[in-house]
Design a protein. Structure first.
Length: 69
């Protein structure tokens, strides 16, 4: 097996992991648990959770591309 093929397989596996993490973060049970009516610095908790989860997925993909790209 050539070295590039191994990196491609690793990149594909880690990309699937990033997508699965994003899927889990946006599942309805987690979203409804954040919909408690509280606020963080004046921002509704559900909005803060959505933007935080979005940020986590973007950061994970950025690290993945930087590390293996």
């Amino acid at each position: 097996m050539r070295r590039g093929a191994r990196n491609d397989q690793r990149f594909t596996g880690l990309t699937i992991l990033a997508a699965t993490t994003g899927l889990v973060l946006f599942l309805p049970p987690l979203l409804t648990s954040a919909n408690g009516g509280g606020t963080i610095a004046g921002v509704p908790l559900v909005a803060a959770y959505l933007f935080g989860a979005w940020l986590v997925v973007i950061a994970l993909v950025a690290v993945l591309v930087r590390w293996l790209g």
